[in-house]
Write a protein that binds this ligand. Sequence first.
Ligand SMILES: NC(=O)c1ccc[n+]([C@@H]2O[C@H](COP(=O)([O-])OP(=O)(O)OC[C@H]3O[C@@H](n4cnc5c(N)ncnc54)[C@H](OP(=O)(O)O)[C@@H]3O)[C@@H](O)[C@H]2O)c1
Length: 282
Amino acid sequence: MTILITGSNGQLGTEIRNLAPQHSSHRFIFTDVAELNITDREAVRRFVADNAVDLIINCAAYTNVDRAEEDEPTARLINAAAVENLALSGARIIHVSTDYVFSGDGCVPYREDDPVDPRTAYGRTKLEGEQLLLKAAPDAIIFRTAWLYSPYGTNFVKTMLRLGAERDELSVVYDQVGTPTYAADLAAAILAAVECPEWHPGIYHYTNEGVCSWFDFTVEILRQAGKMSNLQCFVRPILSAQYAYKTPRPHYSVLDKAKVKATFGIDIPYWTDSLRHCLQQM
Ligand SMILES: NC(=O)c1ccc[n+]([C@@H]2O[C@H](COP(=O)([O-])OP(=O)(O)OC[C@H]3O[C@@H](n4cnc5c(N)ncnc54)[C@H](OP(=O)(O)O)[C@@H]3O)[C@@H](O)[C@H]2O)c1
């Protein structure tokens, strides 16, 4: 198969690039906005036709939640309209979405068919992307994920490592819970779907295993990093109301992963183990 990766300079795209040599029966084409701007419908159509692309794994997105709130039209262009462009290109699609399609008011892990109710511009535009995709290409696969991190780009782990080295104390919320996702694990799960002998369209939830708050996540990041270096920093638990968020954040983001495990026969690593693997790569 010829597989086009869009947005391939981002966290997930880079991890797929790292794993691609293990899937040498396929031809991978890695692009980011400079090579293929997915908001350009004609360019997408031409690229897919010229390169005989069979499958697109869409890693491109407008992921800055605060900036999306200030500029929803641009977020919509990339997270929704551009996804429709991919869907109309004639190739099969694996797309990536987010826990932000849910309200975050729940208290049991979200299943794929639970009602959606996004509360942010980012969540609304990502949901529109899902809907446009499934309308134009009903056989698409969508992986919804949450709390993504990796050695690349900007993410919570890298921010906490930087702040932990600069400061003696950090205040982090403990009333928002979810599960971190190491982008390398998500990349492996996506490639398991690619390698599956049968194509299984639909929405799948994927994060690492376990549940924690951002406070717990920070404590574990600094604890593991502290073992590898001299990093020492006190982490203080606070409530969301004590933190000046520009955009409201979901209080509950835990995703039920039973469907992805049963369909693709994958085991999902526990979040602290994956964090250790990531820190070792950094
Ligand atoms: N990060 C998270 O915590 C998180 C959580 C849940 C779900 N997700 C979803 O997971 C997926 C992967 O996220 P990620 O963290 O890997 O994203 P990322 O690191 O922000 O990477 C996205 C990539 O897409 C590129 N891009 C932006 N606009 C484009 C365009 N018009 N055409 C082509 N490429 C474009 C970006 O380039 P620039 O950097 O130049 O803009 C960037 O290289 C996304 O669908 C995201 O919504 C992420």
